[in-house]
Design a protein around this ligand. Structure first.
Ligand code: UT7
Length: 337
């Protein structure tokens, strides 16, 4: 019997507080017009001071577990993707595990930024196909708002990011008909560390000399994300298009066979460009950046949940997903939902 990994439950959570571009105009040297024209973003959600990353992850996880119709005790592994952890260590997955009260199961944190969810799905698929695990909870969660530079120096980055979480339960399934049954068909993962400093947080870190952080570094704003936006944009469009084509080839499918494209949400212009390069009809691309901004590792499961709620993603559909981000990392997947 052939086994596969099926996504049996999806959930998401965004904090209630909404920050529109007009709210940002009041605290940053920016305009609604600039943000919408360059990125497509209209608003994003930002947490209250007392809310942590694992709080968002918990809410999304509870919804995914409920939608999967399983008991939380059936989960045998958690994979947690984030670049805004609760603490430097241990990983945020451990904090979530305690809040979810599922002791002793394996917990793995991964740091693949915007590509985090696709890396996590690929890892989960491999554990499931090996036969060692049966129900894996994947969480992508971010609290960006507490780490943004709201001075004029940071405006190119700070207007982009939002807070939120998405989660899925991936479960082992016997495939009676691999061509028709819901499962992860292929995943492809890539990285090129030569571009690590094109989008990164320079400090604190063990590479920062004698101290991990000092007053001078803080004054220089090294604790905030720094991005060379144009370089990231160019590589993002090229790599996302490339890895969509190659994952289709691996799955023996044509792009025209795909029912729905769930891309990472960094910029509407990136997604339109990728769709144009590959002649994908815009109507097949489901975007959420308008309301959430870029929620990094959360974007794809958050978008998946919204697509289900909107009736756009239905059981049995063929879905392709691609992401690109800091690292540089990028990756793609095709699954039948
Ligand atoms: O998910 C992680 C991956 N991240 C991405 O994929 C992001 C990829 N990059 C981008 O999406 C775009 O590069 C941005 C949206 C970040 C920026 O758009 P851009 O068209 O590349 O703008 P730019 O950085 O070249 O800046 C153009 C102008 C500059 O002014 P001058 O030099 O032309 O006078 C900036 O100072 O826009 C100015 N600017 C702003 N103006 C108002 C930069 N940020 C802002 C802002 N509000 N927030």
């Amino acid at each position: 019997m052939k086994y596969g990994s099926e996504i049996i439950g999806v959930g998401s959570f965004v904090p209630p507080k909404v920050f529109t571009n007009f709210d940002l105009e009041k605290i940053l040297d920016t305009t609604d017009e600039w943000i919408q024209q360059r990125t497509g973003i209209v608003e994003r959600h930002w947490v209250d001071p007392e809310t942590s990353n694992s709080d968002l992850g918990l809410e999304a996880s509870l919804r995914a577990i409920s939608n999967a119709g399983i008991d939380k005790k059936d989960i045998d592994m958690i994979i947690y993707a984030t670049l805004t952890p609760d603490h430097e260590f241990p990983g945020t997955g451990c904090f979530l595990q305690a809040k979810l009260d599922v002791p002793e199961i394996a917990v793995l944190d991964i740091r693949q930024q915007c590509t985090g969810f696709i890396y996590a799905l690929s890892i989960a698929d491999k554990f499931i196909l090996s036969g060692s695990h049966k129900n894996i909870l994947i969480v992508g969660s971010e609290v960006h708002s507490k780490g943004l530079d709201l001075t004029p120096n940071g405006r190119n980055v700070s207007v982009l990011f939002g807070d939120g979480a998405g989660a899925v339960i991936v479960s082992r399934k016997e495939l009676a008909d691999p061509k028709k049954d819901s499962h992860v068909i292929a995943t492809q993962l890539f990285a090129d560390g030569a571009f690590a400093k094109e989008l990164w947080i320079p400090a604190p870190g063990a590479a920062c000399g004698k101290e991990q952080i000092n007053h001078q570094m803080l004054e220089e704003g090294l604790q905030y994300p720094h991005m060379n936006g144009k370089t990231v944009f160019v590589h993002a469009t090229k790599r996302m298009a490339e890895c969509l084509v190659s994952v289709c080839k691996e799955a023996n499918l044509n792009l025209a066979d795909i029912d729905l494209f769930l891309f990472h949400q960094a910029n509407l212009r990136i997604n339109s460009k990728v769709a144009e390069m590959l002649s994908i009809p815009e109507g097949k691309v489901f975007n959420t950046i308008q309301n959430y901004g870029n929620t990094t590792a959360a974007t794809i499961p958050l978008g998946m949940d919204d697509a289900i709620k909107a009736g756009v993603l239905k059981k049995g559909m063929l879905v392709a997903s691609a992401a690109f981000g800091s690292g540089f990392t990028w990756g793609s997947t095709i699954f039948r939902y």
